[in-house]
Design a protein around this ligand. Structure first.
Ligand code: AMP
Ligand code: ZN
Length: 465
């Protein structure tokens, strides 16, 4: 049995997909106007672990993630400046150039984190027609109306709003975060389509002149296009609950009368040094910055596994370094089991498998699942049955344990002292000049300094003696 916490009901519920064996998931993707920070990446690590867990349980997955490459405004309520436009001006580039550049960087981050990509990655700019059709239908059905600024969703036409957040709409009433707009029928009505001012860069033809979609529209339109009126799971960060997801639901209900997903799952925020990440504090880190400080991407993934996805997680470099050490211990433990020849009773293996499965199926309790991994790693009876079991568990964890040996080797190389690196460089030149005598002499010199050089088909490997 799989249990998932559903923000919609505020309860852990038994999970059953709408279709037998196929789970349809929609995940809110990044706005590609800058590098993703490690908080954003926590959300995608969660997304990856969720789909891996479902796959481990034998489900097929159809998963859609959007790329917001059309600017949405700075606040969730679509007020303020356009993020893409701001970046285009900042970098003196075309917004499409900006979007493609940061999309590529984001996808590279996913690869570095060994995150399985969703089956469909959909760019907002390539779905403008779908969004426009959606908006036209909302207007036709009387759920949206025109003002001088754009097309607004009429919240009063719904049987219930909000449905996802416990917030009281009155708390949100204009004046708090949203600018007062006399033309709106209800102060909490939101834009589904926005008329573009003269200087707005990304805009499209529509019955209402040159304009662009409201941010919430892309997820409603693309979810509907690829997954239908109702699918299984919708994911995002907790910041999406009160506005983005609430409004996505409103739009979909306007069209189909249905809440688009059955289970709404939200990952808690990553904090840094006990507080919010913010540019002014200079603590908005990227994966690249972590790498520069010697923390490899998978160590960051390991760090994220130290807390349940519904709990806040506080990032510190000390914590991340401790996770890096843990990951190396896991790799080392895996390799020791792999070369061990103890015979383990099958009931022990089955028992671990059951406990691990129970933990991951209990709303992705990865910290508990990892505690079983450590018990296995520390077992003094070294056995390939255990290493096989760890490989099986890694289908869910995605820590790339199968390549443990390569990670360990490449680390040893990275940590080589400067004089060894210089000697290796000299040896490389000697070999290029086919000066084999000199090459051998340098190899002996390196050996005297405590390192052994091996020429393999994948290049030179250096190990400590
Ligand atoms: P954005 O590119 O701003 O739309 O954000 C991409 C994803 O990252 C969304 O799912 C956000 O909810 C999530 N997110 C943003 N900040 C954090 C954070 N500090 N911790 C965890 N998730 C975050
Ligand atoms: Zn979304």
């Amino acid at each position: 049995m799989i249990q998932l916490y559903n923000t919609l009901t505020r309860e852990k519920e038994e999970f059953h997909p709408i279709e037998d064996n196929l789970v349809k998931i929609y995940s809110c993707g990044p706005t590609v106007y800058n590098y993703a920070h490690i908080g954003n990446l926590r959300a995608y690590i969660f997304m990856d672990t969720l789909r891996r867990m479902l796959k481990y349980n034998g489900f097929k997955i159809k998963h859609v993630m959007n790329i917001t490459d059309v600017g949405h405004l700075e606040s969730d309520a679509d007020e303020g400046e356009d993020k893409m436009q701001k970046a285009a001006i900042r970098e003196n580039k075309d917004p499409y150039e900006i979007a493609r550049f940061y999309e590529k960087a984001f996808l590279k981050d996913l690869d570095d984190l060994n995150i399985d990509k969703p089956e469909i990655i959909a760019r907002a700019t390539e779905h403008i027609t779908d969004m426009l059709e959606f908006v036209k239908e909302l207007v036709k059905k009387g759920f949206a109306y025109e003002t001088s600024k754009g097309i607004y969703f009429d919240i009063s036409k719904l049987d219930k709003y909000p449905v996802l957040s416990n917030r009281n709409v009155e708390d949100q009433i204009a004046g708090a975060r949203v600018e007062v707009d006399e033309e709106k029928r209800n102060s909490y009505d939101f834009a589904v389509w926005i008329k573009a001012p003269e200087n707005h860069i990304m805009k499209w033809e529509s019955p209402w002149g040159l304009s662009y979609p409201g941010w919430h529209m892309e997820c409603s339109a693309m979810g509907r296009k690829y997954l239908g009126e109702q699918f299984d799971i919708h994911t995002g960060g907790i910041d999406h609950i009160p506005t983005h997801h609430e409004n996505e639901i409103a739009q979909c209900k306007g069209l189909s009368g249905k809440i688009p997903a059955k289970y709404w799952m939200h990952v808690e925020f990553l904090q840094v040094d006990g507080g919010k990440m913010s540019k002014s504090l200079g603590n908005v880190y990227t994966l690249h910055q972590l790498k520069e400080k010697g923390i490899e991407p998978l160590a960051y993934k390991m760090f994220c596994f130290s807390a349940h996805y519904r709990n806040k997680l506080n990032f510190t470099f000390e914590g991340a370094k401790a996770s890096a050490i843990s990951l190396d211990r896991l790799r080392d433990g895996f390799l020791k089991h792999q070369s061990g020849n103890s015979i383990i009773d099958n009931s022990i293996i089955d028992n671990y498998r059951n406990k691990f499965t129970e933990a991951i199926n209990d709303d992705l309790n990865i910290p508990l699942a990892l505690s079983y991994v450590w018990e296995i790693v520390k077992n003094p009876n070294k056995s390939s049955q255990f290493s096989d079991l760890l490989l099986e568990f890694d289908k869910v964890l995605g820590l790339d344990i199968k390549n443990s040996e390569n990670y360990i080797k490449s680390k040893k190389e990275i940590n080589l002292p400067k004089d060894i690196i210089e000697l290796l460089e000299k040896r490389k030149k000697a070999r290029e000049n086919k000066n084999w005598d000199l090459s051998d002499k340098i190899r002996d010199e390196i050996k005297e300094k405590g390192y052994i050089v091996k020429d393999t088909k994948n290049g030179v490997v250096v190990e400590k003696l």
